[in-house]
Ligand binder design. Sequence first.
Ligand code: SAM
Length: 211
Amino acid sequence: MNPVTTLIEGAAKFGIALSESQGARLLRVLDELDDWNQRMNLTAIRERPAQITKHLLDSLSVQPFLRGERICDIGTGAGFPGIPLAIACPEKHFTLVDSTAKKLKFIDHVAQLLELANIRTVHTRAESYKPDERFDAVLSRAVGPVDQFVKWTGHLIVGGGRLLAMKGRYPEDELKKLPNGWKLAAVHRLEVPGLDEERHLVEICRSHDKI
Ligand code: SAM
């Protein structure tokens, strides 16, 4: 199948109406990733079908759960899930944070090339990040246990905001160690087309927030 069609049909399973042009831009991200990967180690996933599934569709799978306009992706690496979400949701603003500067250079390059005005990058560690304005949601994929994620990023969300951790298996033990003042708001089991692995999105909120 044409890769743009794979993306459009895959995104439709999450309720996302991706245009041909958004599909083409998403694939252009992978072309740039392959190019930069020859000079620096940005991703170990080098086969195109796996890149489409694990980088693009896996990133897009959380889009239905993003509330609010100001979203932060902590430990974004080469821009996942932040870049695909910024392409799919041009009305939201994405701040992509990582402690490794070279990965952010790649994101800045892609944002400029694809004219993604809704992406900005910040080079810092999550726990020492002091944004001018806090976020409606803070998201992360593959950046350590949920309890640690909450400790590192709890200060970054507005009242009523959500911390969203993208996990493989249901992280039962990590959820038992949530710091005081935080609770589990929801867990969503995600089905990523073409991916034969478990995926869960864990939503955490402040203890006094209504669920
Ligand atoms: N989220 C990306 C993905 O799923 O492809 C990258 C995941 S990679 C395994 C973890 C990333 O988190 C790395 O790029 C690392 O530099 C970053 N990182 C680790 N600890 C961090 C911290 N305390 N603050 C900000 N970034 C951090």
